[in-house]
Design a protein around this ligand. Structure first.
Ligand code: IDP
Ligand code: MG
Length: 137
């Protein structure tokens, strides 16, 4: 059964002109872009999307960063795409994310309270269903 995941190109990715490069990598891997929109997040969407991180020291910087400009939201489809996109994205910290990944090739540390790491990808089928509803519901 084909699977769906929620991908966000965060405001740093859009601002740096990397939207096309990131979508290219998703398509080159063989996944299908099923939905795609550029939008500016609301506080409510971010409170829902990042509920698991509320109370952490980087929570407010993260929300402010995600509000700082337009982002691109996509529903991406394919067998094992949740795991596959997380692998394409690389680990959270761009400094140590593996070369060859989106974060490893295109990201760096900017010395801020939040890691600006270009993309978000759902981490489980439950998160994917919840997050797709937040951005496309
Ligand atoms: P993920 O995006 O790799 O799944 P999460 O742990 O879910 O990482 O964290 C959500 C986002 O919060 C990260 O993508 C990153 O932008 C930011 N973040 C996570 N941990 C830290 C941290 O320790 N310091 C600063 N920012 C962080
Ligand atoms: Mg996460």
């Amino acid at each position: 059964m084909s699977e769906r995941t929620l991908v966000l190109i965060k405001p740093d990715g859009v601002q740096r002109g990397l939207t096309g490069e990131i979508l290219r990598r998703i398509e080159a891997k063989g996944y299908t872009i099923a939905e795609l929109t550029m939008t500016t997040a609301t506080e409510q969407q971010l409170a829902a999307h990042y509920a698991e991180h509320e109370g952490k020291p980087f929570y407010r910087p993260l929300v402010d960063f995600m509000l700082s400009g337009p982002l691109v939201a996509a529903v991406v489809e394919g067998n094992r795409v949740i795991e596959g996109f997380r692998s394409l994205a690389g680990s959270t910290e761009p400094t140590t994310a593996a070369p060859g990944t989106i974060r490893g090739d295109l990201g760096r540390d900017w010395g801020e309270q939040v890691q600006k790491n270009l993309v978000h990808g759902s981490d489980s089928p439950e998160s994917a269903a919840r997050e797709i509803e937040i951005w496309f519901g």
